[in-house]
Design a binder for this molecule. Structure first.
Ligand code: HEM
Ligand SMILES: *[C@@H]1O[C@H](CO)[C@@H](O)[C@H](O)[C@H]1NC(C)=O
Ligand SMILES: *[C@@H]1O[C@H](CO)[C@@H](O)[C@H](O)[C@H]1NC(C)=O
Length: 503
């Protein structure tokens, strides 16, 4: 009897649920479904398999969408997600739909409501506060730190006998460089991971990333209530505490140092001027900029700083490593990069200077081509909050999650030409027509560290390539292959095995 009653209640509830969402199903029915199932929704496979194969899936879904009008539907439980691949639609979404879909809530558990993953209501104010800290003047003032870090990178490679001694994992050296530079420019602290691989902060940050990537592929672990019961969560919160404590300590020290400085917002003296100290780190800028009402609280400061570390380190490392790998595959192009460096720097031993950087035009094209073929962030996640008609005609129901395939956009043969899968830096020559280039996203919520990232990537590459030749297996054809896995970033499975020879 009770069982029947229960069944009836469940059925009625379900019917009501379906009825309330009838518009969602009605519109969803018009969007094509890929034949391939996403394994993690089935929740049976081990997450590592999925991470290793996700690029394959992105490939298949992207192809499917591109052959079916630019849309593909993905149900994540009851939540509707739609992958989009038409450049017009992508530009429209990135410009107009700034809310991020629920998947990113997970990441909020690490960075709180910091810029990158915050709901629009919170994000708007934060973004406004962040922008002045990334002004060209401030970025320029970091130049010497970056030069020092890139010199340090080159030195460490030879100190650790990685030159002329065969293949080694470039990843740890490159990420030491990016973490070192972000820590110095964001927090004003020098850490040297290569000399000090037990660095507590680095370990904790690395673990956090891995645990988060793991959780993303285990849908049942998404709710905090359930995650908190799993064994991994203890590890997660321990690492989180380490990162929080260290950042808080640094923030308090800096605040103490700066407490007597009375500086007007927007005045040049914040940046260079008479202030007693040389270069200020991002954190100091944020503290000074927050002295005026409406600035950051302590918790907000911490959240923003952690975001820089998370958003700025692995992304840039992946970009640098991919570029080195590509140059090993294409020695002719590497030679052109080297010739350009020789031309710009003249005598090879002289240190880099600020003004040199903009002269590396060919290198810039190589970096862009590397970001196009292997975007460190292959997917962008957004959400439409109300029923929305796309420029190409399809209507998406309210609350649909959007997945933008950066990978697909970058390799779309219709817009990049038949050689879209090939490595050809010269497609970025100023007079050539290109497709949509969005490795840093676009629109009001794009990567705020875009200029900084390009500078840092360029600097590392010049530091390495002016001294060493990257060698490895040459690519057989013009379309490079790098075997990648998905760890939120898209990163090579072998942690970038390369070899270096002295020039
Ligand atoms: C090659 C390196 C990098 C790549 C490929 C990259 C890519 C991206 C992408 C794709 C987004 C936007 C996500 C979206 O539209 O939903 C983003 C946002 C962001 N990035 Fe980067 N990034 C890089 C380096 C950096 C660096 C070095 C920093 C800081 C020091 C940084 C700070 C940020 C921040 C704060 C946001 C959030 C912006 C907002 O939501 O308002 N990024 N990045
Ligand atoms: C970088 O700066 C540090 C500290 O200021 C200094 O000890 C080191 O020698 C510098 N490294 C290079 C390669 O210039
Ligand atoms: C899960 O655990 C963390 C850390 O112990 C805590 O801050 C959070 O509130 C918990 N969440 C839930 C829903 O129990």
């Amino acid at each position: 009897m009770n069982v029947y009653l229960f069944a009836v209640v469940v059925i009625l509830w379900y019917m009501l649920y379906r009825y309330r969402r009838r518009r969602v199903y009605e519109l969803a029915a018009l969007i094509p479904t890929a034949p391939e199932k996403i394994p993690y929704v089935g929740a049976l496979q081990h997450s590592y398999n999925i991470m290793n194969n996700i690029i394959d899936l992105i490939h298949k879904y992207t192809d499917f969408a591109q052959n079916n009008g630019g849309f593909v539907k993905i149900w994540v439980g009851p939540m509707l997600y739609v992958g989009i691949t038409n450049p017009e639609d992508v530009e429209f979404i990135l410009k107009n739909c700034l809310e991020k879909a629920d998947i990113v809530k997970l990441i909020r558990s690490i960075v709180g409501n910091a810029g990158i993953f915050a709901p629009v209501s919170i994000w708007t104010r934060r973004r406004k506060l962040l922008i002045p800290a990334f002004s060209p003047k401030i970025i320029n003032s970091f130049m010497n730190i970056l030069i020092n870090q890139s010199e340090e990178l080159a030195k460490q490679l030879s100190r650790h006998k990685k030159v002329g001694t065969g293949r080694f994992e470039a990843w740890s050296f490159i990420s030491a460089y990016t973490l070192g530079s972000v820590c110095e420019t964001a927090l004003g602290i020098r850490i040297n991971y290569v000399q000090n691989p037990d660095n507590k902060f680095l370990k904790a940050a690395t673990n956090l990333f891995a645990l988060m990537a793991d959780r993303i592929f285990q849908v049942w672990l998404w709710p905090d209530v359930i995650y908190n019961c799993s064994s991994k969560s203890t590890e997660f919160y321990e690492n989180l505490k380490t990162v929080y404590d260290l950042t808080d300590e640094i923030i308090q020290t800096k605040k103490e140092e700066l407490k007597d400085e009375d500086i007007q917002l927007d005045s040049d003296s914040v940046i260079f001027g008479q202030s007693p100290k040389k270069v200020r780190c991002f954190l100091e800028h944020l503290i000074l900029l927050s002295k005026n009402s409406g600035g950051f609280t302590d918790v907000e400061l911490r959240e923003e700083v952690i975001t820089f570390l998370l958003a700025g380190t692995d992304t840039s490392s992946v970009a640098i490593c991919n570029t080195l790998t590509l140059l090993a595959k294409y020695p002719k192009e590497q030679e052109k990069v080297y010739q350009e460096i020789v031309e710009v720097l003249g005598e090879l031993d002289r240190p880099l200077e600020k003004d040199d950087l903009k002269e590396f035009k060919y290198l810039e094209r190589v970096i862009k081509e590397s970001l196009r073929l292997f975007p460190p962030a292959p997917l962008l996640i957004r959400k439409v909050t109300e029923e929305t008609s796309m420029p190409t005609g399809v209507t998406l129901p309210a609350d649909t999650g959007i997945i933008v395939s950066v990978w697909g956009i970058s390799r779309d043969k219709k817009h990049w030409g038949p050689d879209a899968d090939c490595f050809n830096p010269d497609r970025f020559l100023p007079d050539r027509k290109t497709g949509l280039f969005i490795p840093f996203s676009s629109g009001p919520r794009n990567c705020v560290g875009y200029q900084y990232a390009l500078l840092s990537v360029k600097m590392a590459l010049v530091g390495v390539l002016r001294r060493y030749k990257v060698v490895g297996q040459e690519e057989e054809g013009p379309a490079p292959k790098i075997d990648t896995k998905f760890t939120i970033m898209m990163k090579a499975k072998d942690n970038y095995q390369i070899a270096l020879e002295a020039r």
